[in-house]
Design a protein around this ligand. Structure first.
Ligand code: S3P
Length: 252
């Protein structure tokens, strides 16, 4: 079930975390290791496609074309609706599929591992296995095309530049804990409840605290950050109404 609250979507039935990012960003390694650490299941969408189609990603691209691969990706994502709390490693191009983006939003949170193109190129050990990696010029064109898509679609962006695997894992672990957008939504709702119950100081403190975590952890301009800020400002205005302005007294 998907419920709207304060302009933000709460995912009740399905709470997967989808890792997206440019090729070589370390999505699979991270999702697999976090899965072990947090005892959550882990799946890789590329591998799911390969198993169900019975061809490698490269064969699908060369025999059927990219559009067909994007349809398979969406088909595999749809299957995840029956499952709970998975860490999902997605192929680098998944954000180009409109249906896949809608499915990921409906089923959980999207985490963008944001790295430099140069780092990605260094980490790619088997370019021959990557159909989209024809040459460096092609990779950098794809990077320019996709980076805004990752930014637009993500709930949380993690800057992986100059970070060790442990640091990235620690940052990513936040989405599994207290700073997860769903938890932030719950805090925003709780602050509302305080406000409705007349517990204004508790509401203000909770809105302030939630806003700080939103600003620190969510992608810039995230709708939840805007909602929490507006809630805080409205409550502050209600509690401290601007003094009525009087017309300037004129000299007699
Ligand atoms: C693709 C990236 C690959 C894989 C497929 C298509 C792309 O995933 O899904 O080769 O279009 O960039 P990785 O980013 O995991 O290599």
């Amino acid at each position: 079930m998907v419920e709207k609250s304060g302009g933000y979507v709460i995912h009740e039935g399905c709470d997967h975390i989808f890792f997206v990012g440019f090729l070589g960003a370390g999505k699979s390694t991270l999702a697999r290791n976090l899965g072990r650490l947090f005892h959550r299941g882990y799946v890789d969408v590329d591998r799911m496609v390969e198993r169900s189609v019975g061809k490698t990603v490269c064969e699908i691209f060369s025999e059927e074309g990219e559009a067909s691969f994007r349809r398979y990706e969406a088909r595999e994502l749809r299957k995840l609706a029956q499952r709970k709390s998975l860490l999902v490693s997605c192929g680098g191009g998944i954000v180009e599929g409109e249906e896949s983006c809608a499915l990921m939003h409906r089923m959980g949170s999207i985490v963008f591992l944001d790295g430099a193109l140069s780092d990605s190129l260094r980490q790619i050990q088997h370019p021959e296995l990557r159909p989209d990696f024809v040459d460096e010029a092609c990779a950098s064109r794809l990077y320019r095309l996709r980076r805004p898509l990752y930014e637009r679609e993500c709930d949380l962006r993690i800057d992986i530049r100059d970070k060790t695997f442990e640091q990235v894992a620690a940052d990513s672990a936040r989405v599994l804990g207290d700073d997860h957008p769903h938890t932030l939504t719950s805090r925003n709702n709780l602050a509302h409840a305080y406000q409705a119950a007349g517990r204004h100081h508790e509401a203000i403190n909770l809105f302030k605290d939630t806003l700080k975590v939103c600003e620190d952890t969510l992608s810039p301009g995230h709708p939840l950050t805007t909602t929490v800020r507006e809630n805080l400002e409205t409550l502050e205005r209600e509690m401290n109404p601007a003094p009525a302005s009087f017309p300037e007294s004129s000299e007699e």
